[in-house]
Write a protein that binds this ligand. Structure first.
Ligand SMILES: NC(=O)c1ccc[n+]([C@@H]2O[C@H](COP(=O)([O-])OP(=O)(O)OC[C@H]3O[C@@H](n4cnc5c(N)ncnc54)[C@H](O)[C@@H]3O)[C@@H](O)[C@H]2O)c1
Ligand SMILES: [Zn+2]
Ligand SMILES: [Zn+2]
Length: 383
């Protein structure tokens, strides 16, 4: 089958790779119909995620059709159209019982902090990803959700990662009625976090980025205010001036380890790897948010450490919340929002690129060319 093949930093291509097969009785094989590239894939693509092995296939944001099921699978049958949350999880461990699916304890033999993720290096279990014609779906009774008939495939695929992650970012912000919420990052995750902030009762939403076409898009999509950080000298001062001097109630980091905006952070966090990514947005968020406020982090950082102003966070009495999203937990509510027409997730899709041209797709998304926000890779078998 055709699949994305990682050859080293900044080098990916489509190759003929071995077909996945049922390895455990609870597995299914899914023929992929839509597969996106996520901002998290860029961290892999740029060679920043430990233990990303040459020859691996990325892709954790996909939907498809069940082609084969193992003998123990009860909830899925051949022919079902499914959306597959990016987390792989068992559904029964201490963490899954508390709906912390991204922290499942039974699916990642390589690390204890994070659970399993499709196509996301051996640090998250070494599972093959969905930027391929077919993919093995472990614990198939637990993760996948049959796509309701009234939800389009383009909307469904965005329910596997970008929308639920943005929603969880807003939820972890503990937004109260009329709160002012600042979202750093106008990529798909930040865009959905801004939209979700309104759903959770925000009174004002401000999105910060440096890419004007993304700021234009989020203003239209989420009816928010925007700030281009290239126009701002001091982010904390600027945001406080915008918010009666006290600062926003909630700050959301939807950027993560590859943030731009500080030469020192880029040097120490990205180029020299002296910390687990540039902590620029962590500084901006902690220093901007009002005393007693909440900083919610979904932007991804590496497993070692970052130099962050923890003393400021302590003295300001902040609540810091963060996690990989637990997608499945949010699906019932988000499907209702899509049905009710409050959110049309597929509006963020700007590009459809054949899997054969996966190298171009990564280049366009990574370099923010051609107005790119979200790319769907299309499979030869689904055209
Ligand atoms: N926690 C999770 O479960 C989860 C899930 C999906 C994605 N993520 C992470 O969320 C982050 C965003 O994902 P995405 O798909 O939207 O990625 P993306 O790369 O499309 O978007 C990131 C945006 O941040 C902007 N940016 C860079 N530096 C900034 C700064 N200092 N301030 C404000 N904006 C800045 C970029 O211009 C870009 O528009 C990534 O780190 C990704 O790994 C986490
Ligand atoms: Zn992702
Ligand atoms: Zn579990």
């Amino acid at each position: 089958m055709l699949a994305m093949n990682y050859r080293g930093p900044y080098r990916v291509r489509a190759d003929h790779m071995p077909e996945p097969r049922i390895e455990h009785p609870g597995d299914a094989i899914v023929r992929v119909t839509r597969s996106c590239i996520c901002g998290s894939d860029l961290h892999l693509f740029h060679g920043l995620v430990p233990d990303t092995r040459v020859g691996s296939t990325f892709g954790h944001e996909f939907c498809g059709v069940v082609e084969e099921v193992g003998p123990a699978v009860r909830n899925l049958k051949v022919g079902d159209a499914v959306l597959v949350p990016f987390n792989i999880f068992c559904g029964t461990c201490w963490f899954c019982e508390r709906e912390l699916y991204s922290n499942c304890h039974n699916v990642n033999p390589e690390a204890t902090a994070v659970g399993g993720i499709y196509g996301y290096s051996h640090t998250t279990g070494g599972y093959a990803g969905g930027q391929a014609e077919r993919v093995r779906v472990p614990m198939a009774d637990i993760g996948p959700t049959v796509i309701p008939e009234d939800i389009s495939l383009d909307d469904a695929v965005l329910l596997t990662d970008a929308f639920p992650t943005g929603y969880q970012a807003a939820e972890m912000g503990d937004i109260r009625e009329n709160d002012t919420v600042v979202v750093f990052g106008a990529g798909p995750v930040g865009i959905f976090a801004a939209k979700s902030a309104w759903l959770l009762g925000a009174g004002r939403v401000i999105v910060v980025d440096e890419v004007d076409y993304r700021l234009d898009f989020v203003r239209r999509f989420a009816h928010c205010e925007t700030v281009n950080f290239r126009d701002v000298r001091d982010m904390a001062v600027h945001l406080k001036k915008m918010t009666d001097g006290l600062g926003p109630d909630v700050c959301i980091d939807a950027v993560g380890a590859e943030a731009s905006g500080s030469a020192l952070q880029r040097l120490t966090g990205v180029h020299l790897m002296l910390q687990a990514g540039a902590a620029t947005v962590l500084h901006w968020a902690i220093n901007s948010v009002r005393k007693g406020g909440t900083v919610s982090i979904v932007g991804v950082y590496g497993p070692t450490f970052n130099a962050v102003p923890i003393g400021n966070a302590l003295n300001k009495g902040l609540t810091l919340r963060m996690n990989q999203a637990s997608v499945k937990r949010h699906l019932p509510r988000l499907i209702e929002h899509v049905r009710a027409g409050r959110v049309k997730p597929s509006e963020v899709i700007t590009h459809r690129i054949p899997l054969e041209h996966v190298a171009d797709a990564y280049h366009i998304f990574s370099s923010k060319l051609d107005g790119c926000i979200k790319t769907v890779l299309t499979m030869p078998s689904a055209r």
